[in-house]
Design a protein around this ligand. Structure first.
Ligand code: EPU
Length: 302
């Protein structure tokens, strides 16, 4: 989708919005997959409602892209513009046991920033790639920690009302890789409440998690983390592994030979390759185990 309307481009510029034409989203995703579109960079949250109104008036569909680490984006020319909310460094501050963090901040960066100020609890999240906003939306978790447990307030843009709102943590449901946020809510900032813990102790926990992750996950390859959610009481990775599918491919999309629930881009994989691999593996698991695996990765496709 291209913004060719001159008056719209001029108005966006007046609002301080940067327009990057024809950006390849394969460069913005951890899978290295995604077609091209125009990107709008919004440095000020208060411009979001106006930008949304302008795009709606011109009937220009849009999507917000965060860290790009848990999304599989279609190939070719994309039918939506992409909006990005960058953070000013470091995008976080601590007051007592509260941490105030921009959604665009790096999740791992947040864990270490808080650790250095003797605030712990989030050690398990250390190697989870992506932004704080993406982690909030999905209720990211690893090694017994999930971000939702620490959320006290979220500031968001609510598309349903066209306004920026603050939601209390108690009013948000955080389930396994799922939250009660509306699909078009846009995370802006979060307030977390974290337990006090000496930096040294937090660091020891971080080291343990890092080692476990390094031993079991393909960290140096292009992936979106786990492709499927674990079914209740089961493990998608173990089932795919038991089917002997490590190394199984569709084009350049490949089941990791380290962790079978990680699908990697082993070269120039397209979205179509990845979808063929996902469908193929899902079908084999269904036939063998009678379990219908649900995607964990978010699919951006028309
Ligand atoms: N297993 C295999 N073969 C494999 C992979 C795993 O046999 O190829 C076995 C393991 O030996 C273990 C069990 O399956 O007995 C579970 O594996 P693991 O501990 O790696 O955890 P997981 O359930 O596969 C989940 C999360 C990960 C998170 C880890 C650590 C999901 C879908 N995955 O993986 O999160 O990092 O636990 O807490 O919930 C993600 O969300 O993208 C993600 C990678």
């Amino acid at each position: 989708m291209r913004i060719s309307e001159k008056p719209l481009a001029a108005r966006l510029k007046e609002l301080g919005v940067e327009l990057h034409a024809g950006v390849s989203l394969s460069e913005k995703t951890s899978l290295g997959i995604g077609g091209s579109t125009d990107e709008l960079v919004l440095r000020r949250f208060d411009t979001i409602p106006e930008v949304m109104r302008l795009l709606a008036d011109e009937k220009i569909p849009h999507r917000f892209l965060g860290g790009g680490t848990n999304v599989l984006i279609d190939d070719g020319e994309l039918p939506w513009v992409v909006l990005h909310l960058p953070t000013s460094q470091p995008g976080m501050r601590v007051e007592g046991n509260a941490a105030y963090v921009d959604a665009a901040a790096d999740l791992g960066g947040m864990v270490t920033f808080c650790a250095k100020r003797d605030l712990g609890g989030m050690e398990g999240l250390i190697g989870v790639p992506g932004s704080v906003g993406g982690a909030l939306r999905m209720n990211a978790g690893a090694y017994g920690t999930q971000i939702g447990s620490y959320v006290r307030e979220v500031e968001l843009y609510r598309a349903a009302t066209g306004a920026i709102e603050t939601v209390r943590g108690n009013d948000i449901r955080f389930d396994y890789r799922h939250t009660s946020f509306a699909p078009d809510d846009v995370m802006l900032r979060v307030k977390l409440e974290l337990p006090s813990k000496p930096f040294k102790e937090i660091l020891a926990g971080i080291k343990v998690c890092n080692e476990k992750r390094r031993a079991s996950q393909p960290l140096n390859q292009k992936s979106a983390g786990c492709i499927f959610k674990n079914p209740p009481g089961g493990s998608a990775g173990r089932m795919i592994d038991e089917l002997g599918l490590k190394g199984h491919r569709a084009g350049d999309a490949m089941v990791s030979d380290r962790h079978a629930n990680f699908f990697i881009n082993a070269g120039k994989a397209s979205c179509a390759d990845m979808l063929r691999l996902i469908d193929d593996v899902r079908e084999r698991v269904r036939i063998r185990f009678g379990v219908e695996l649900e995607n964990e990765v978010i699919l951006w496709k028309n």
